[in-house]
Design a binder for this molecule. Structure first.
Ligand code: HEC
Length: 702
């Protein structure tokens, strides 16, 4: 088997001037009217909080649908809706942007960047399907295209103003792409990238002039090839010493900042959440490596110059992809008798961290969900006390169940902070994962079973939670259970409310102080986006995006964590207001057709299951060949014609549509993969028809 691109290298499963002037503009949403939601977290602090209280805990029961808009996107939209001057802006995968009228939902304009899929390497699906939002400022909207471009659009017309290539989609073996939302501050646009957990490229973050697109600075998160001589900065020189002997031969990083970038107006700093080292299996990196800086760290930079200020490592020498590349939030917290400006993070590793924003000093940490990789974070050193049983790389051949999974106890979905309750609301995923070290495995030296939590073992059950966390006391005030591990981002308001959408198709409001369920609306499609809220014509509106890609943003490979077959529906934007009563037509998810070929023999299917993962089909087409029905097809739906052309498609016939060529797969391997897909299609089809007939005749259940 020849997999030159992937072999042993990658783990693509999880794959982030005038200060005064800029500050005042960025705070436009705080003008008291709250008619705009211009930035992801409303303000630069990323609190996802609104002072609006027309909709409140008393009357939220009267909240109803004002309008909905079907969005022309094959994938659901997962960035929260931005609002400026009565227009809603959203971004979609592959360089798309949409503007809808806030009063009516009418689509005003849409923009599509032409993405050349054939030019991109084998990674494009990730960056092609995943887009976590946009940014607005002044007369511009800033989006990313997936294939490494950062694009400024005219906010009124949707026409392109400038464009830069912020990374090379053909570089690092075709592994670079952009999935994160651009961030703004100090007259600049900040953007990171992903190199797909490959360890073949270097992670970095760029700052561009927001008016011209001229690059102001670049910060590399990991050192360069030591053979090239000394590193270019003292902090990279220091970092190079932490990677161990001959590290560059084993891994180049990557340490991508695929999402978390937060700008601090008060301190003129930028905070980055840096992804982990790859391959994930530490046995495949240098044996004497230290912290492998600045992977898995929160890093603070001077926003004007991009100069390093401080870092704090959350998961040193990581083996589980427990990165802090999710949401980094800023707040002024009452701590030890004074008010301190802090950075708050709930990284994948399951611990909630409070760090001093100015110095990076560790203040406190505690786990917000059960974890089995560390017993605690040592209060003195701020470092985790890890548990040997979870170190799968020290137990070759043994299956090790870890909690959380590498998709994280909390991924990129937005948290929210309510100053009145003092609580941070976290969308938590409790999904165990079985890991087996395997240096020959194409997946970064470790094989994983991501759906163990949906199996029969009562010890390991996957579920989600909405956790209201007291960051001062470092403990939960209340918790609400969710059926699926992956759910939507949070919104909290001065109306004592917390809003969240779920993977199984609900949009709900809870009392922010007590966690009491106050309102629930069936939106049909899965939700991963965070809601936004604004005031329009004196009326408070709540906006949220729903739809299949809501789940696909997590689940091209992990559809089952974030959606059900029924919630893999089309992309929609929904707007809610008090006493509104617009009807919401059901959005139907496609139903599995009867497979076009008969079942194949079990031994061939078993072989196919392994090959499906080894040849990396899994990363685009999903675990169990089950996907969230977006731009990349769920193979269980493949027609007779597709199966006739199966070999041609896999050997390269659809490269222009983003299906990479695999010319080296021998015919019998290919047949086994096809056999596996067909049997998975039968399993899914039969399970669905069983459910259907049980529904039609409930008496037969007894
Ligand atoms: C980089 C992502 C990616 C990888 C890896 C990948 N595919 Fe695809 N595949 C796609 C995309 C995108 C399409 C949709 C092309 C289109 O729209 O026709 C596709 C389409 C297909 C189709 C046609 C489906 C249909 O119903 O029309 C088949 C069959 C297929 N892939 C099989 C495979 C197999 C087998 C593997 C592993 C050897 C694989 N793919 C790996 C992205 C990928």
């Amino acid at each position: 088997m020849k997999l030159s691109l992937f072999k042993n290298r990658i783990n693509v499963l999880w794959l982030l001037a005038g200060i005064a002037l800029a500050s005042s503009q960025l705070s436009a949403a705080d003008d008291g009217a709250n008619t705009d939601w211009p930035l992801l977290g409303r303000t630069a602090d990323m609190q996802h909080e609104s002072p609006l209280q027309q909709i409140n805990a008393t009357n939220v029961k009267n909240l109803g649908l004002a309008w909905y808009a079907d969005m022309p996107s094959s994938d659901g939209l997962v960035g929260n809706p931005m609002v400026v001057d009565g227009v809603v802006y959203q971004s979609g995968p592959a360089g798309r942007a949409y503007a809808n009228d806030l009063r009516t939902g009418k689509l005003l304009w849409q923009y599509t960047a032409e993405v050349n899929l054939a030019r991109m390497g084998r990674m494009p699906w990730w960056a092609r399907r995943y887009n976590r939002g946009l940014a607005t400022h002044g007369d511009k909207v800033f989006i990313t295209s997936g294939d490494c471009r950062l694009i400024a659009l005219d906010r009124k017309t949707g026409k392109k103003v400038w464009e830069v290539e912020a990374c090379d989609p053909t570089g690092a073996e075709g592994m670079y792409g952009i999935t994160g939302a651009p961030r703004l501050g100090n007259g600049m646009v900040f953007i990171g990238n992903t190199c797909g957990d490959t360890g073949v490229g270097r992670g970095y973050v760029d700052a561009y002039d927001e008016n011209t697109g001229a690059r102001k600075w670049r910060f590399y998160t990991v050192p360069d090839d030591p053979a090239k001589g000394p590193q270019k900065t003292p902090e990279l020189e220091a970092a190079a010493k932490t990677w161990g002997t001959d590290w560059y031969k084993k891994s180049h990083g990557c340490g991508s900042v695929w999402e978390a970038i937060t700008y601090d107006q008060q301190l003129n700093q930028v905070y980055l959440g840096v992804d982990g080292p790859s391959p994930w299996n530490p046995a495949m990196r240098a044996a004497d490596a230290g912290d492998e800086l600045y992977t898995n760290a929160v890093v603070a930079l001077d926003a004007s110059t991009g100069k390093y200020l401080w870092h704090y490592t959350v998961t040193p020498h990581d083996g589980w992809n427990y990165n802090p590349t999710s949401h980094l939030m800023l707040a002024n917290l009452p701590l030890e008798g004074s008010t301190r400006r802090v950075v708050m993070a709930a990284p994948k590793n399951g611990f909630f961290y409070v760090l001093d924003a100015k110095t990076g000093k560790f203040i406190s940490a505690n786990n917000f969900t059960p974890v089995n990789w560390a017993s605690r974070i040592d209060a003195k050193t701020g470092r985790p006390v890890t548990l040997p049983d979870a170190r799968y790389w020290e137990h070759p051949g043994k299956r090790t169940v870890v909690l959380p999974a590498n998709s994280g106890a909390h991924n990129w979905q937005a948290m929210a902070f309510n100053p009145a309750t003092g609580l941070v609301y976290i969308p938590v995923a409790s999904a165990p994962q079985a890991l087996t070290a395997d240096p020959s495995d194409v997946v970064g030296g470790v094989r994983s079973d991501d759906y163990i939590g949906f199996g029969k073992d009562p010890k390991w059950k996957a579920y989600g939670e909405l956790v209201a966390w007291d960051p001062v006391k470092q403990q939960a005030r209340w918790r609400v259970r969710r059926k699926l591990p992956m759910n939507g981002g949070m919104l909290t308001t001065a109306g004592n409310l917390v809003f969240e959408g779920t993977g199984d198709g609900k949009f709900e409001a809870y009392a922010a102080d007590t966690g009491k369920l106050l309102w629930s609306f069936n939106v049909g499609g899965s939700v991963l986006a965070a809601p936004s809220t604004v005031n329009i014509d004196g009326k408070q509106m709540v906006l949220v995006s729903v739809g299949n890609g809501g789940s696909s943003n997590i689940g091209a490979s992990l559809a089952r964590l974030a959606s059900t077959p029924k919630t893999r529906t089309q992309a929609r934007l929904l707007a809610f207001a008090l006493d509104a009563k617009a009807p919401l037509p059901e959005a139907k998810a496609p139903e599995l057709p009867k497979p076009p070929l008969a079942r194949f023999p079990e031994d061939q299917v078993k072989k196919g299951a392994v090959l499906f993962d080894q040849y990396t089909c899994v990363y685009c087409h999903g675990h169990g060949a089950e996907s969230a029905n977006g731009a990349i097809k769920d193979l269980r739906f493949a027609t007779a014609e597709t199966h006739q052309q199966f070999a041609a498609i896999v050997y390269g016939a659809r490269i222009d549509k983003g299906m990479p060529p695999f010319p080296d797969i021998p015919a019998d391997d290919l047949k086994a993969i096809q056999a596996y897909i067909i049997n998975q299609a039968w399993d899914g089809y039969e399970a669905a028809s069983k459910k259907e007939s049980a529904k039609k005749s409930p008496s037969q259940k007894h």
